[in-house]
Design a protein around this ligand. Sequence first.
Ligand SMILES: [Zn+2]
Length: 259
Amino acid sequence: MVPLRRPRCLATPAGIQLPTAPEYINAMSLFAIILFVGTMLISLWAAARVKSVYRRYSQVPASSRATGAEVARAILQRAGISDVEILPHDELLGDHYDPTNKRLVLSTHNFHGNSVAAYGVAAHECGHAIQHQQAYGPLHWRMAAVGATNFASQIVMWLPMIGLFTGILSWNTASWIMAAAWGVIMLFNLITLPVEFDASARAKRVLAEMGFIGTDEEMTGVRKVLDAAGWTYVAALITSLGYLLYHLLPLLTGGRRSE
Ligand SMILES: [Zn+2]
């Protein structure tokens, strides 16, 4: 077998005119195109799926009459948590638990509504509050990594532009910085997975145990909403892993050392 490392077919044989366009598309730029388009499609798919599944199950009322905020209050009370504020928020799907200020924020539709989706989201955010109360390891690692991850996000956004216009950094140095920054973001996204999946597992369990969700049909709705949200975190991990490899692989294989 001919070793594939230096494909001879890329060199133009003497006397033969070949189209030059493919020479401009080297392996890494092809990888960049696939990476950029592929990760964008995965992220768009995940975001669109969350929206469509949420829209569908926010129209399905649960048999219980309680609002999302009341469900959240009851779950927190059962867990012995009394110092977490439950607040409404205008932003659609902006629901979150803020561990620093001990605030559980629900979008108005989930706060006031009694849909299957509202229950799933409210119980999921309670899952984070309970993780916080129980000092769940991955949640604390994630909280500790927020500052570094924000910094890394700024680097991956601005460094390529600064490098392009000023040329201060060598290709090697810039690539190592980009690889390190994407590494931080990738690790953050990796820690996020157990945090999110654990909160969703707690949500499904507690909704059934407390009788807020009675039928299999309602539970299917809760599961679909939470699983769809889970895929957005998987998409973020795949994206950051792809960009980490894009910057790291040429450094490890000596791909573009001369620039
Ligand atoms: Zn969450």
